[in-house]
Design a protein around this ligand. Structure first.
Ligand code: AMP
Length: 451
């Protein structure tokens, strides 16, 4: 199929020509007519499949020129980075179209955004929280929204945006087209669709769980954090090969910890993103990595979802994700656009179960590599790796009803004895007739007074 088979118009054809795209991707080919029909649509597609254009091409094709101030298309995405990326994609497609696109997100001055909204917009791309704030302030009028796109819905629900989505649904016009894209079909997503969508058409490509064929996956068994760092140090020596590496970790603290180590080993080659970093820091990190200024990017799963960065040579799973689908999303970052990508998975002893689960999901075994002899196996452990003695706080443990009740038979003599405290104290008491104190019992009192 070629773009000529889609019912586009000259400005869109020209923009696509300028981008150098020759054929629509499968999701674009499949989505075009369905989205153009105006019916509710649910698309299952991952980043890298061209899903942004899959919904934007038909929307832009049918968005008429207008001078009205109130936006007609609303695109909701879970992170601020995605707002920037989607706006960028829309602008590329709109090169020869006279439309107004604005991205709004939290963590930045709302007044500047209010002014931009007030100038009149056609398309708003937003994170849910900031969008709602703008709508409540009445600067942003949503009454003309005809099309609502929610992208990366699964992440949005994972991040706990359900409530905010409901609030937004409440203030949107009822007559509108809902278009939703998700990388995975989770039960939360399914529930949202049943509650708010009207007989949606479902389109889907690549059943989630199918590893992309052009990703070469390998793995290492690595005992602990410091050995994992030593292995990275060894691998990253070959700069030509590891020239654009995305390193995934499960949580923020680990991201910072790994970043600190890598920054020492490879100064000015490493950047990091996670949700505690400021907006500017995050955007700068992504830009440095995207442009090739820094070759190593450490990221948490949530932050990296949906990010479209070209030519990533390697994805490193610094830990083994508990949820196999996170692994699928991670490795999908490499091996884009027909290029061969590489994924390495590090698993400790504890992570072997999770590793088996994801191999089961993919129905394949990941080739295991031996740690090279030159890599030092560390025995030092980080806090989380040390054996933990857990003392559970259990306030219900000693409730009266847990006490042994009265016996149904006479107690034997030896059990009738009263507990008089430790036997040593009893012996001493017998011997001295009064409790023995050690040292001068008035010592403390006197000392206190002196102070
Ligand atoms: P997405 O899945 O929307 O994040 O897009 C992934 C990347 O593919 C983006 O950089 C797009 O610019 C690019 N892309 C979108 N459609 C096509 C196409 N038909 N041919 C080649 N590249 C495309």
């Amino acid at each position: 199929m070629t773009f000529q088979d889609l019912n586009l118009n000259t400005p869109l054809y020209n923009a696509i020509d300028d981008l150098g795209f020759s054929n629509p991707t499968p999701i674009q080919a499949e989505a075009f007519n369905v989205v153009a029909s105006g019916k509710d649509v649910v698309g299952i597609a991952q980043t890298g499949t061209g899903k942004t254009f899959a919904y934007m091409l038909p929307i832009l094709r049918h968005l008429k020129y207008s001078q009205q101030d109130n936006p007609r298309v609303l695109v909701l995405v879970p992170t601020r980075e995605l707002v920037v990326q989607v706006v960028d994609e829309i602008e590329k497609l709109s090169k020869y179209i006279n439309n107004r696109v604005l991205g709004v997100y939290g963590g930045t001055n709302i007044n500047t955004q209010k002014q931009a909204v007030a100038q009149g917009q056609d398309i708003i791309v937003a994170t849910p929280g900031r969008l709602y704030d703008l709508a409540v302030s009445r600067v942003l009028q949503l009454k003309s929204i005809q099309k609502l796109v929610i992208d990366e819905v699964d992440v949005m629900l994972d991040l706990g945006f359900r409530h905010q989505l409901m609030n937004i649904f409440d203030i949107l016009p009822e007559r509108r087209q809902n278009i939703m894209f998700s990388a995975t079909m989770t039960s939360d997503v399914d529930e949202l669709i049943t509650d708010f969508f009207i007989n949606p058409n479902k389109i889907s490509i690549a059943v989630s769980g199918t590893p992309l064929e052009n990703i070469n996956q390998q793995r290492y068994n690595v005992p602990n954090f410091y050995t994992k760092v030593n292995l990275l140090e060894h691998l990253f020596q070959t700069k030509d090969e590891f020239s654009k590496v995305l390193i995934f970790v499960a949580y923020k603290k680990m991201a910072d910890r790994l970043f600190d180590r890598l920054e020492e080993l490879f100064p000015n080659e490493t950047c990091v993103i996670h949700s505690n970093k400021t907006q500017n820091y995050r955007l700068r990190s992504i830009e440095q990595f995207r442009e090739g200024e820094h070759r190593l990017l450490v990221a948490t799963d949530v932050m990296a979802r949906g990010l479209d960065i070209d030519d990533i040579t390697h994805v490193i799973n610094f830990d083994t994700p508990d949820y196999p689908e996170n692994y699928m999303h991670r490795i999908g970052r490499t091996g884009r656009a027909e290029k061969l990508g590489h994924s390495l998975l590090f698993s400790t002893e504890k992570e072997q179960d999770a590793r088996e689960r994801l191999e089961d999901l993919m129905q394949m075994h990941i080739e295991t590599l031996d740690i090279p002899d030159t890599v030092e196996i560390s025995s030092e452990l980080i806090e989380e790796e040390r054996p933990q003695i857990k003392e559970h706080y259990n306030p219900t443990k000693r409730r009266a009803e847990d006490e042994p009740g009265p016996a149904f038979h006479e107690k034997k003599d030896k059990n009738k004895k009263e507990n008089l405290g430790g036997s040593y104290r009893r012996e001493i008491a017998k011997k001295y007739k009064k409790p023995k104190t050690r040292g001068d019992k008035n010592y403390n009192k006197r000392n206190k007074k002196r102070k």
